[in-house]
Design a protein around this ligand. Sequence first.
Ligand SMILES: CC(C)(COP(=O)(O)OP(=O)(O)OC[C@H]1O[C@@H](n2cnc3c(N)ncnc32)[C@H](O)[C@@H]1OP(=O)(O)O)[C@@H](O)C(=O)NCCC(=O)NCCS
Length: 206
Amino acid sequence: MKKKTFVLLGAGGHAKVVLAALDSMGREAAALLDADKALWGTDLEGVKIAGGDDKLADYPPSRHEAAIGVGAARDTRLRRRLHEAAAAAGYALPPVVAASAFVARSARLGAGAQVLTRAVVHPGASIGAGAVVNTAAVVEHDCAVGDHAFVGPAAVLCGGAALGAGAFIGAGAVVLPGVRIGAGALVAAGATVSRDVAEGAVERGR
Ligand SMILES: CC(C)(COP(=O)(O)OP(=O)(O)OC[C@H]1O[C@@H](n2cnc3c(N)ncnc32)[C@H](O)[C@@H]1OP(=O)(O)O)[C@@H](O)C(=O)NCCC(=O)NCCS
């Protein structure tokens, strides 16, 4: 059976990385949709930006799967909203795992989880629905990454660390073993975090 093509919701920089991952998986994207009218009719990595949400009906779930193309600068809520809207509209959001990524057999990935170029998810780890393990990030053994959380490029979650839903870990940050980051909290790029972080807090580490 012919595989469905993807429709991506969001056409910013993160979408380029997701397209690269899909390409590495041998999967095709039919179109991207974005609220920014200035992008309509242009293309991203050779895939057209067909319009806004109103164009979703042109790419029905009978023939298309969905992926979220919006990244997160510090706030993960738009990603969650788009994921939930696509799921409610009947789209499957399969995990996107770049061919160069490593996901251990015993790791678990939720719907729409994205494990991008050269990222590592080690045994016993779980990646929640819609969560992102971005370029070259490392999620060590037995970590729990909550739904719609975002692990920035080259960040490292040491063994047994846990991220609450929607938490954001900046590029190159290190979360030490067993540390718990609360839901919606933000860890600054490059921070080293050795103590638990409260829900919604901003942690600059040291
Ligand atoms: C922490 C963060 C959210 C910024 O917080 P903010 O309170 O808005 O900070 P500002 O941008 O106003 O910067 C305040 C000061 O902190 C510095 N600063 C900002 N982020 C910093 C960081 N991660 N590490 C060290 N210094 C930082 C700024 O240079 C600035 O310094 P100055 O006062 O000497 O000019 C942001 O810088 C960050 O780390 N974001 C993560 C980005 C990322 O990793 N994205 C990955 C997406 S793929």
